[in-house]
Design a protein around this ligand. Structure first.
Ligand code: NAD
Ligand code: MG
Length: 387
């Protein structure tokens, strides 16, 4: 086996990040191989991807969906396993070099932790893992010497821009936000927002959960917390600016006033490829910015009144402890309720506020306590919605 090939476990292979990653891998001229693919319930798609990529193993995380899995269509020699524990087992296989954590939500935590524990390079898309258990994940990565390379476009940009100086020379990190589909909506229009309106993102094509998070701007709140854990800066040094074109993916401002930004069209293939190839770079399939055409770059401050989620992100990033698990669990539950037509768009962030206010704060929770708080927050949201 060629030791230059990086063997990648793609967790969440059927999702938006997973499919983009497979495009990157397919075009990598053998630099990367998809060695493990996991999916929750889209078993037909998983079988098709297995036929195309010939992984060593596929995992179906939903046991009910596994009953429908067409295992007879797997390529020769490809194993298949079932359930969440099969993910943790698959990522620790000696064959795996890089784990792309692209499962959505807190369901991605245990596979990511197992990869960190096993010392595999982690290409991290699953930001909820850091919101829920940032301290645990980063402490473990520190002890095990595990590299965590961000896939989230803003954090990939910051990771690149931070290479221009030392951390004591940084004045602040500036996360850019498109502002989502409701950037110019007033309070009344926001209250009427339908699921279809909220899913119509102006610049990015992503999975449903993160698309709703972008519309509430909870995505940016989660990204403040993600940046806090990935790069170790306090929330006072992490700002958010609205940039509707989604071309400047974030900036680092140094103490002398220099701002270093990373620019590219809004397409996840570039940050995914960079996370898989780091520290190397090569010509890939991501679209390029054409500077021979007029490129307009606008920036404006976010409206914190219409988008109260941002304040929650800063609060959780500064208070820490049990708050991240509660914010994340409540948000996941509220977004699922909104998508099911059971909760108004403008009730998502208040549900998170209420869960934060009503939980028993624990400054140093264990992992089990965090998982318990995640469950508690979801149950509270279900209770408020009345089901
Ligand atoms: P998606 O909904 O398109 O895909 C989610 C994937 O996770 C699917 O493969 C699905 O099978 C799997 N999955 C769902 N529930 C699961 C469960 N309970 N157990 C195991 N697997 C499960 O989501 P996405 O947009 O690809 O986002 C994935 C992650 O990447 C999220 O954490 C998101 O915040 C982050 N992210 C996404 C983008 C983007 O452009 N889509 C950008 C930045 C960060
Ligand atoms: Mg992002």
């Amino acid at each position: 086996m060629d030791s230059d090939v990086r063997h990648v476990a793609v967790l969440g292979a059927t999702g938006s990040i997973g499919r983009n990653a497979l495009e990157v891998i397919a075009a990598s001229q053998g630099r990367f191989r998809a060695a493990v693919l996991t999916a929750h319930s889209q078993v037909e798609t998983l079988a098709e991807l297995a036929a195309e990529f010939s992984p060593s193993r596929v995992v179906v995380t939903d046991p009910a969906a596994a009953e429908r899995f067409p295992a007879d269509r797997l390529p020769p020699g490809c194993q298949w396993t079932v359930g969440p524990d099969a993910v943790t087992e698959a990522v620790t296989d000696p064959e795996i070099d890089v784990v792309l954590a692209a499962i959505v939500g807190s369901a991605g935590l245990l596979g990511t932790l197992a990869a960190v524990e096993a010392g595999k390079t982690v290409a991290l898309a699953n930001k909820e893992t850091l919101v829920l258990a940032g301290r645990q994940v980063m402490d473990l990565a520190g002890r095990r010497g595990t590299p965590i390379i961000p896939v989230d476009s803003e954090h990939s940009a910051l990771f690149q821009a931070l290479q221009a100086g030392r951390s004591d020379q940084v004045r602040r990190l500036v996360l850019t936000a498109s502002g989502g589909p409701f950037r110019n909506h007033d309070a009344e229009q926001l209250a009427q927002a339908t699921v279809a309106d909220a899913l119509a993102h102006p610049t990015w094509k992503m999975g449903d959960k993160i698309t709703i998070d972008s519309a509430t701007m909870m995505n940016k709140a989660l990204e403040i917390i993600e940046a806090r854990w990935l790069f170790g800066f306090p929330p006072e040094q992490i700002d958010v600016v609205i940039h509707p074109q989604s071309i400047v993916h974030s900036l680092v401002e140094y103490v002398d006033g220099s701002m270093i930004a990373q620019l590219s069209p809004p397409d996840m293939k570039l940050p995914i490829q960079y996370a898989l190839s780091y520290p190397e770079r090569y010509e890939g399939v991501a679209p390029r910015l054409d500077l021979t055409r007029a490129v307009e770059l606008c920036f404006e401050p976010p409206d914190e009144e219409r988008f109260p989620a941002l304040a929650l992100g800063r609060e959780v990033a500064s208070v820490g402890g049990s708050t991240g698990a509660v914010l994340n669990g409540a948000n996941e539950a509220a977004v699922a309720r909104f998508l099911a037509g059971e909760l108004a768009f403008t009730d998502i962030v208040p549900a998170c506020r209420r869960a934060l206010d009503e939980h028993h704060f624990n400054p140093q929770p264990s992992l089990d306590e965090l998982l318990e708080l995640d469950r508690w927050a979801r149950q509270e949201v279900a209770r408020w919605v009345g089901t």
